[in-house]
Write a protein that binds this ligand. Structure first.
Ligand code: 1GP
Length: 240
């Protein structure tokens, strides 16, 4: 499906991308078709599926249902190895670079390796950087790591650069699901100006204006989950 190639092409052409994040623990399978009617009327280009946890192992079921109703690329955004399913198109192979917990830097990856090796998923190595969104987030709790302060732009930038230099294909600046404070536009700008690889931004975005600020600052792809979960009419503001 060439997910990564298409992200790189979009970046080159200055075409902005929007991923709708679906958390298998939260979405009602019965509501998926009406939800996707809205998704398809909107400018959304990707579907991300994942969450910090998936206690009832719903991911595969949810991906299988989504697959029936959309042609948009379905990309796993997994909290752990149990959220991998071959039914998706690709996977963000996330390394939590802002943290110092080996479990999320290499352990989960080793556990995932044989599953990925046997799958057809497009694997996209992604440097994942948790930035303080002024609300303790699920990623923080589950990974037992601290986010980087928004004041420490140099550390954020150097972490992103270290990711690029060690071969990550994407950098994801994450304020955390439902963040109270978004990743600051100056942080996005600074990272954008120094990175060659595409930049993803997410966490707490809930208006068209905030989305545009992230895009204008240099995000190539923005991820929105909670705002759509809370109010499906938000899609109306983002019509094609
Ligand atoms: C969270 O970046 C994503 O991992 C999206 O965050 O749910 O706040 O949109 P929201």
């Amino acid at each position: 499906m060439n997910i990564y190639k298409n992200i790189v092409s979009a970046k080159k052409e200055g075409k902005k991308l929007l991923a709708v994040l679906i958390d298998p623990e939260k979405i009602e399978i019965n509501n998926l078709s009406s939800f996707f009617e809205k998704v398809h009327q909107s400018v959304a280009t990707h579907i991300f599926v994942g969450g910090s946890t998936d206690k009832n192992r719903q991911t595969e079921k949810v991906v299988s249902e989504i697959k029936k109703i959309t042609k948009l690329p379905i990309v796993l955004f997994p909290g752990d190895v149990n959220q991998i399913t071959n039914l998706a198109d690709g996977i963000l192979f996330l390394s939590l670079l802002s943290g110092r917990n080996p479990e999320y830097l290499i352990e989960q990856h080793i556990k995932a390796a044989p599953i990925l090796q046997a799958s057809n998923l497009e694997i996209i190595p992604t440097g994942y950087i948790l930035i303080d969104g002024k609300k303790e987030t699920a990623v923080q709790k589950v990974s037992n790591t601290k986010p980087i302060s928004q004041d420490n732009i140099d550390l954020i930038l150097n972490t992103a650069l270290a990711g690029e230099f060690s071969g990550k294909k994407l950098i994801y600046l994450e304020a955390g699901s439902g963040a109270a404070v978004l990743v600051d536009a100056n942080i996005i700008k600074k990272c954008k100006s120094q990175l060659n690889i595409p930049l993803i931004v997410g966490g707490g975005i809930k208006s068209k204006k905030q989305l545009e600020i992230a895009f204008n600052a240099g995000a190539d792809l923005v991820v929105i989950g909670t705002a759509f979960e809370k109010d499906i009419t938000f899609f109306n503001d983002l019509k094609k």
